[in-house]
Design a protein around this ligand. Structure first.
Ligand SMILES: Nc1ncnc2c1ncn2[C@@H]1O[C@H](COP(=O)(O)OP(=O)(O)OP(=O)(O)O)[C@@H](O)[C@H]1O
Length: 294
């Protein structure tokens, strides 16, 4: 069953085509990571799915209906990228205030414990650190026991420990049968949490598959070597030089690249061919896409 769906959805802001005919389905019980660089269109897509904006064309559904209806909203938990908390209210008061909107909220102590905020219960929101504010904003998405939680870059700006606390809370919700759609710049976050990854770049869905399959589709490999001079070689999607004097070439066809290297007669040493991380694969597919013309 689809909890939310975008069907050939486009969204313009003036001349900017932020989303270009995007299709996305999120089924009950999934944990989906939406991955893309700055300006890819992630927030725009999430805002359309949760009814904060309307598409310029195409169709958006939430729980089979219009995302803007109160009935759909009640089953949804959202943390947008930017959130404001009332500075003079205490953490516990904010949780109580939001809880009051739901018939069966998660008890305050349980929610704050899950998000590592028990000690801050009586602290005014204005006195929280940036990371604590972010954790509270994310915690509020879970208070009404939603069927679907949509989180826009939930862990941006958090230190490692706070990020792991959030990951645990998200995993626990998912393990209990909850559905999650989250956007991230952090590839390790998507790898750590999601079963399915949707890669978005320049307003288009570039890949929608398991993390492993996305890597396989892209098929980017890293060919590393040491050489004093290297000519330009066909099929190289990215070149990096590291401090140890090694050159790393990313390519979809490592065998051909090695053949080309040998043909050029270039003097190289210590050749190594390895699969790439998701991050490298992701950079390769997003940089290989032509810009969307408005
Ligand atoms: N309200 C707006 N008015 C004009 N342009 C906008 C608006 N919101 C987004 N855009 C543009 O639409 C494109 C997609 O932006 P969006 O915020 O959806 O990307 P994103 O993937 O969430 O980026 P980030 O990771 O930086 O948050 C960008 O070019 C952005 O500048």
């Amino acid at each position: 069953m689809n909890l939310t769906r975008a069907e050939r959805v486009s969204r313009r802001y003036g001349d900017i085509l932020a989303l270009d005919q995007v299709d996305l389905d999120v089924r009950a019980g999934e944990l989906v990571g939406l991955l893309g660089p700055n300006g890819a269109g992630k927030s725009t897509l999430l805002n359309l799915l949760v009814g904060l904006r309307r598409p310029s064309s195409g169709r958006v559904e939430l729980f089979g209906g219009d995302p803007r209806t109160p009935a759909a909203r009640r089953q949804l938990g959202v943390t947008p990228q930017e959130t404001g908390l009332p500075g003079s209210l205490r953490v516990g008061e904010v949780v109580d205030f939001v809880s009051a909107h739901y018939p069966d909220p998660v008890p305050r102590a349980e929610l704050l414990d899950r998000f590592g905020l028990t000690e801050q219960t009586r602290r005014q929101c204005g006195g929280l650190s940036g990371g604590q504010k972010r954790r509270l904003a994310v915690a509020l998405a879970f208070v009404g026991r939603p069927r679907l939680v949509v989180l826009d870059e939930p862990t941006t700006g958090l230190d490692v420990e706070a990020r792991h606390t959030l990951w645990e809370a998200i995993r626990a919700f998912h393990a209990d049968g909850g559905t999650v759609l989250l956007s991230s710049h952090y590839l390790e976050e998507v790898e750590a949490l999601a079963q399915r990854v949707v890669v978005i770049g320049k307003g288009r869905v570039l890949a929608d598959d398991s993390v492993e399959a996305v890597r396989a589709v892209v098929g980017v490999r890293r060919v590393s070597l040491t050489a004093d001079v290297l000519p330009a070689l066909p099929g190289v999607v990215r070149t990096e030089r590291t401090d140890d004097g090694r050159t790393h070439l990313l390519t979809a066809d490592a065998d051909q690249l090695v053949r080309d290297l040998v043909t050029t007669g270039v003097d190289f040493r210590d050749l190594e061919v390895r699969p790439t991380s998701l991050e490298e694969a992701f950079l390769a597919i997003t940089s290989a896409t032509q810009p969307v013309s408005a």
